[in-house]
Design a binder for this molecule. Sequence first.
Ligand code: HEM
Length: 588
Amino acid sequence: MFFLVLLTLFLAYITWTFVRLINNYNEAKKIGLPIIILPVNPASPLWLFTKDYLSPILTQLPFGLGTWAGLAEIGWTYFEKYSVHAKYGDAFILVSPGENDITLADPAATEDVMRRRNDFIKNPAIYGMLEIYGANVDTVNGKVWDRHRKITTPPFNEQNSALVWRESAEQTDQMLQVWSEKSSVRSSQPDIHALALNVLCGAGFGQHSSFVDATSHDPTKSEQKQRLGYRKSLQMLLANILPLIILGLLKGSNFPQWLYFGSMAKVSVAYNEFKGYMGEMLAREKTAFEQGDSMRHNLMSALVRASMSEQSELESTSTEQPLNQKGASKPTLTSGFTDDEVYGNLFIFNLAGQDTTASTLHFAITLLAVNPKWQSWIAEEIDAIRGADGAGTLYYAETFPKLTRILALMYETLRLYGPVVVIPRYTGDTPQRLVIQGKERIVPARTTVSLNVAALNTHPEYWGDDVLVFRPDRWIVSETSSSSSNNASSDSSVSWFQPVPGSFIPWSHGPRVCPGRKFSQVEFTRVIFGLFSHGTRVEVVGQGDETEMDARARVMRVVNEAKLEVTLKMVGADRVALRWVKKESLQA
Ligand code: HEM
């Protein structure tokens, strides 16, 4: 009997899947783009749980019958890069029993989708999962997004960039000190992530931590305990994003807390603890605002100020605001943030800002170790800038704009190994017109439009024949120098390579462009600047009797095997050992 019920359920599921596939196929045909059929829904839990076993078998099937499996893999766009588009064109439709997905590597159409934020929205079913502490600028659409964006933009200002610069400088010096004392460093990945977390704690929340010991600056014991808990709880949350998302869903469905066990229980403790810290900080910031203190420039202070200013502004122009018991105006859809929205946004800054910047730095450092010639190239710039700064102050405002080669290094790392390999948009309930490859198409309702970042970044038409070659100098068309014979003078002016609009979108583009772009650029450039100063260089440590070339080729295999774990990351990164050395002859 049980077996019969099971068989009936299975047959019903297969029939339903098949009917969905046929319907989606018929819908897709009307759009008039090439179609690739995936017989499974890549987002279905059944596929997600079985794919690691099934995919290797499917890809071995004769006549290419299972080649679709590669496109049902999470992060497939990174592995395939432009290759699938080379076969099917700059736009094709992935038809599955889930929802149809138009995959774009057409820069003009990409640009248009990014510009039309109300026509091509963020799918609430997907982005809603990121509302871990509350709605935030990353997850909402329409008028609610207008309000979130208006309040979350002011904190990313020049004073905050200066803070990022100082925090990054200090963290880098400490990290390099630790690395230089070792004959071989296998912990680059966790170390760089720790550095990025500390920068976010400092420039994001005004919570300063030392690279070596997060408690070393705490003056009192009670504060010490709180700070350690603060950083560690945040670290635990960021290292467990998937359990955290599940936790968020369980909390939303009022699942009893005492039923959590294992890692879920630990994440739940960190979740509650971190919320407590944010609550305390929020209360302090509100008091500071009321006392007219506007001297702190970390993201939290600035966000609370922006939110409360919005509320005050609204209160002074409206007499019809509802009042809570204390007589203060409750935020409405058109005014500042609720406390949960403050928490939601602060947490998303951490979530969106840590992994992305840290992974980019990690890839860049590893690529530099494999390519010493690019180390010399950036060091030329670093030495010139240090040489010209007699006082050694190296202030953000004067130094950052001169670090053009390091910025070019960042762009090139993002082009080939950027943390975001696809940006999904969704038509929601309304069909949309969209010009794709010069022809207007109707994109039906409930269709995903995937902006294939990895394919756009490796499109041969826009990047040339050496599209897969890591070449940071492709970004600088010419350098002119006013005070030095070498091209990396501290006073050089640079003419940048201008990518075709829509072909290079590592931080997205248009109204929903990443607000943390400058934050990440300042952090990246200051870390690289600090690491490669005074003749310091990094090399790959070989294994056994491996030659230098073999060791580099091995490291490149690890780099290229990177996987999407929320963002793109090197897997088994401790297989790569690096050595930091000071070349006496190069010390400046
Ligand atoms: C190399 C580093 C970074 C990269 C490559 C990057 C990339 C991106 C991309 C591609 C998006 C658009 C996502 C989408 O539309 O689905 C985005 C959005 C966002 N990023 Fe970043 N990001 C970086 C660093 C940061 C930092 C440091 C922060 C904050 C401290 C941050 C905060 C955000 C936020 C809040 C959004 C949502 C914006 C909105 O939807 O209006 N990011 N980022």
